[in-house]
Design a protein around this ligand. Structure first.
Ligand code: BDR
Ligand code: CA
Length: 333
């Protein structure tokens, strides 16, 4: 057991569950360049692109950053109950904006993502946090296999969800849309949850100067981040978008490091899984009574809780300058 003194000074141990992914790449580089964190593992999942690409991309990113000491364990290759929808329209066919980095020479470990997550967490209860920046398939699978797990994790910070409209459908944010059943398991699990969703991440956009600083960085991962960010910027311009690339996943990492970069509110959030137009919507309640839809004529009573029991801290505002300074200073060096 750590005593209070050493716990305050030691870096926090964290697993990053990810689907790299252009913004995942920068989030991983941010974590690797943050002295407050000790990255214990990467657990790739299918999302932005299939697992056959997110897995080698995770290995590639660690090789670029010279951190091949960090294990990579393969996660789920499809959502729990649905066909995989990818986001190559934003991340390119290879998931890294079309930038061709060398083939990785390292290999994933033999354990699966859920085996590795369960082993690390059980070996050090209440010491290993998780930052999940892709669909929640791996985390939900681990929780389903091992119902004790949520109580052993001090914090799970996710990039996902939105209380202000989606980005892949009018209702849903991409990570939750891809695997709503997994998200529902996680939000109902009792794990201490921080939700960093589109409400804040769509405001955290890189500026031209930030990209130039990364492109001219002395660090290999700084320059790789610059190339990826430039590809994202070019893609946005092709689509006539005016802002810069949104640093969705990096803001989740930034929030885990320093929750002061955002404003958090305790809410009860549940996931819509039944809707034909709204699956993956994160529905946030700020107070009781917490009502669901009215029952059909012959169905039982609608679920109604008269008690307000928050299950997540939700980021509703962000200090964009403070966050971008942290991100670019650390990645570009
Ligand atoms: C999220 O979806 C993915 O495309 C990004 O990597 C990020 O995790 C944003 O909605
Ligand atoms: Ca992601």
């Amino acid at each position: 057991m750590l005593n209070a003194m050493s716990a305050a000074t030691l870096p926090r141990r964290v697993i990053i569950d990810t689907d790299p992914g252009t913004d995942d790449a920068l989030a991983i580089f941010l974590a690797l360049n943050s002295p407050e964190l000790k990255v214990e593992a990467l657990t790739p999942v299918a999302g932005n692109v299939p697992l056959s690409l997110t897995l080698p991309n995770a290995l590639r990113l660690l090789e670029i950053a010279g951190r091949t000491d960090i294990p990579v364990a393969a996660g789920a290759d499809r959502p729990l109950a649905r066909r995989l929808i990818t986001a190559t329209y934003a991340h390119g066919q290879n998931g890294l904006g079309g930038i061709q980095f060398p083939e990785p020479t390292t290999k994933p470990v033999a354990e699966t993502a859920t085996q590795l997550i369960r082993r690390l967490v059980h070996a050090s209860p209440q010491e290993i946090g998780i930052i999940a920046i892709g669909p929640l398939t791996n985390i939900a699978t681990a929780f389903r296999e091992d119902p004790e797990l949520p109580r052993l994790i001090p914090n799970l910070t996710i990039m996902g969800g939105s209380l202000s409209g989606g980005n892949i459908s009018p209702a849903a944010e991409f990570n939750i849309y891809v695997d709503p059943e997994a998200a529902q398991i996680v939000f109902r699990s009792g794990v201490p949850l921080t939700m960093v969703g589109l409400d804040v991440t769509r405001r955290a956009m890189l500026r031209e100067d930030d990209i130039q600083r990364m492109e001219t960085s002395k660090k290999p991962e700084g320059r790789a981040a610059g190339k990826i960010a430039r590809a994202s910027m070019n893609q946005l311009r092709k689509n006539s978008a005016t802002g810069g690339p949104a640093m969705h996943d990096s803001l989740a990492v930034g929030t885990f490091i320093n929750p002061g970069v955002v404003t958090l509110e305790s809410l009860f959030v549940d996931i819509e899984t039944a809707g034909t137009l709204t699956a993956g919507e994160t529905v946030g309640y700020r107070k009781a009574p917490m009502r669901s839809s009215p029952p059909l004529t012959n169905a039982p009573e609608a679920t109604l809780s008269t008690e307000f029991k928050p299950n997540a801290k939700v980021a509703l505002d962000v200090n964009v300058d403070r966050f971008l300074t942290m991100l670019v200073d650390r990645i570009a060096g």
